[in-house]
Design a protein around this ligand. Structure first.
Ligand SMILES: [Zn+2]
Length: 130
């Protein structure tokens, strides 16, 4: 503790003592009153930070949920796209040579062609998404 050079109030090292405190001290001439007001300001700041932390944590949790939902959508749309490509392949084969549509062809060949088409098209979703 040492006296403030401005108002003479005894202040602990590193304690919050703005010029406003000096003005209060000069007006009230009572360090207890000044300290009570300073403590209230510090408490207000701490409460405010706690409130913001809570609010930001809620936003963050919401963002995590939204990211999960978007990842799910990406997976669903990729599956839908594969299914659509598969239908297009089957339709084309049916028109060209329906005799090719054996269970063996449908289960193995078509899947390989779908994979090739998807690879040629590039990554399904290119935006980095952490
Ligand atoms: Zn002072």
């Amino acid at each position: 503790m040492k006296p403030c050079a401005c108002c003479g109030m005894l202040v602990e090292d590193g304690a919050y003592h703005p010029y406003g405190a000096c003005l209060m001290m000069m007006a009230a001439k009572d360090s207890a009153v000044v300290q009570t007001n300073l403590d209230a300001i510090v408490r207000y700041g701490e409460d405010h930070v706690r409130g913001e932390r809570k609010s930001l944590a809620i936003l963050e949790a919401d963002l995590v949920e939204k990211r999960k939902a978007v990842r799910k959508k990406i997976r669903e749309r990729e599956e839908d796209t594969r299914a659509a490509v598969e239908r297009a392949i089957l339709a084309t084969v049916r028109v060209c040579d329906a005799s090719l549509l054996t269970p063996e062809f449908v289960e193995k060949e078509v899947e390989e062609i779908v994979e090739e088409v998807m690879e040629t098209a590039g990554p399904f979703w290119e935006t980095p998404f952490g």
